[in-house]
Design a protein around this ligand. Structure first.
Ligand code: NAP
Length: 258
């Protein structure tokens, strides 16, 4: 059985490893990465890197490599590839499972502002922050953790931004931006220190879910920092969803007849 895992997440690497554990049923696993990150963390087993060329390209790849099952374990915000996976699976008549870690939920003491897009997040910033305090900029200081690809949405914002990303972002981006190159997992202690050191007024995050980047939410709660949370796009209609690596592995094992 040949499984193609569309990856780029912690869970996709964990699933690739789980399916190839010694003693597991014989499953050939290929992981696919988009190629966005210069030095990606590589999953166990075969890896291919780069776009397929839309739905047609993915269908072609699935057929040419005799893929028996497709797992969309991409990031919850990687909307295009998830849509392509749904279309390609239907066209090639290959079963598809989406692996999506659960989203975050607000806890007592959180001041969350949920928005539908990065553009709405940018607009929401104007009403937030503590920039009115003596000695502070009137526009506030924003910790932006939504990744380097969507910075254009904030390009016209007057606030000061701390942008954390794996690789260096490229313009357009806000005029007043400090870049911090780093890759999770992050610790609570580290996030507390970061918020304090940069006198952060507002945190902006996608609802990525998972543990690796969650400590920033607790640090914000403790510091009374409001959080702008970008809601997830929906999983394409009709696609079956697993929320844990174990559940996805069981789905594959079931199909492999193990
Ligand atoms: P996207 O907008 O959904 O996809 C854009 C295009 O990139 C797709 O049409 C596809 O090109 C290619 N692509 C995306 N994921 C791919 C994969 N796993 N293997 C092969 N090609 C892929 O994706 P994105 O938001 O730019 O994210 C790119 C990758 O980074 C994803 O794999 C995702 O898991 C990871 N990631 C994304 C985020 C995020 O916030 N969006 C965060 C962390 C990690 P073709 O049409 O040519 O096939």
């Amino acid at each position: 059985m040949h499984v193609l895992i569309l990856g780029g997440t912690t869970e996709s690497r964990a699933l690739a490893a789980r399916l190839q554990e010694p003693g597991a049923a014989t499953v050939r696993v290929t992981s696919s990465l988009a190629g966005r990150v210069a030095a990606p963390r590589l999953p166990a087993g075969e890896v291919r890197i780069g776009g397929f060329g839309g739905v047609e390209g993915l269908v072609e790849w699935v057929r040419a490599h005799a893929v028996d099952a497709l797992i969309d374990a991409t990031h919850p915000f990687a909307e295009n590839i998830s849509f392509n996976a749904a279309r390609a699976a239907a066209t090639a008549h290959v079963p598809l499972l989406a692996l999506r870690r659960p989203g975050w939920v607000p806890a007592a003491g959180d001041d969350w502002h949920q928005v539908a897009s990065l553009e709405e997040a940018a607009r929401t910033l104007n009403g937030l922050g503590r920039g009115h305090l003596p000695g502070r900029s009137p526009w506030g200081r924003v910790f932006l953790t939504t990744g380097r690809m969507g910075l254009a949405a904030f390009a016209d914002c007057p606030q000061w931004f701390l942008v954390r990303s794996v690789d260096a972002p490229e313009p357009p981006m806000p005029a007043r931006t400090e870049v911090l190159l780093d890759r999770g997992p992050f610790t609570l202690e580290g996030e507390r220190e970061l918020l304090a050191r940069h006198a952060v007024d507002v945190l902006v995050t996608k609802d990525s879910g998972g543990a690796a980047t969650a400590p920033k939410l607790q640090a914000a709660r403790e510091a009374g920092v409001p959080v702008v949370v970008v809601r997830r796009p929906p999983v394409p209609e009709g696609v079956r969803v697993a929320t844990t690596v174990e559940e996805a592995a069981a789905w594959v094992r079931g199909r492999a007849g193990a």
